[in-house]
Design a protein around this ligand. Sequence first.
Ligand SMILES: Cc1ncc(C[n+]2csc(CCO)c2C)c(N)n1
Length: 222
Amino acid sequence: MGYCFKDLTATCQEDWRRYIEHDFVRALGTGTLDQNAFRCYLQQDYLFLIHFARAYALAAYKSRTLSDLRQAKAGLSTILDTELELHIGFCREWGISETDLAALPEARETLAYTRYVLEAGHRGDLLDLHVALAPCLIGYAEIAAWLNEQPTTVRGAANPFDAWITLYEGPEFQQAMLDEIAWLDARLAEVGPRRFQELSQTFSEATRLEVDFWQMGLDQRG
Ligand SMILES: Cc1ncc(C[n+]2csc(CCO)c2C)c(N)n1
């Protein structure tokens, strides 16, 4: 008995590093990412976020305490009021309206990842759902922090993708990451080996789906 969040990343260390330090992320940091790759990613991420908002609504439904309900509501609000604004803002500059975005076909990577997380939440309990959501929430905050540590990262007007880094390095996302780690640490402390094995499988699957999502952007498949 007794695990913590770090044990989840430890069981899929290689995939976790492939996700955090993906070539898409590196090029975003240096500002050299192909504009079309970024646009493809951001358009698909708009569709992705709509389904992730539904996943947070599912987390609200699966909550047994007011505290868990508030946490799910905070995730849902952040997606709708903060994150999607970045996507809509970038797309507006490119002449792509919200109607255009909503009409886009979902790439297979978007379908696979979003439906995987929703299915994990439907099948399991609130902990299964949080573990499926963890690579997304904790990963992006870690990526922004990692980018800031890299000497090659360009910040400010010289990097066309600076607004992306600014969003995820911001206090709202960094605090949400710490809260999520604390929430998971408390639950995982009560878990036995067989249950941990199930959870770590969900976590590593979601991590691999994040890697595929970056790769979709690089390959401009969205
Ligand atoms: C593929 C993909 N993975 C993770 C995120 C980041 N993200 C999505 S929902 C959420 C939590 C509430 O805002 C966070 C941090 C993204 N945008 N796209």
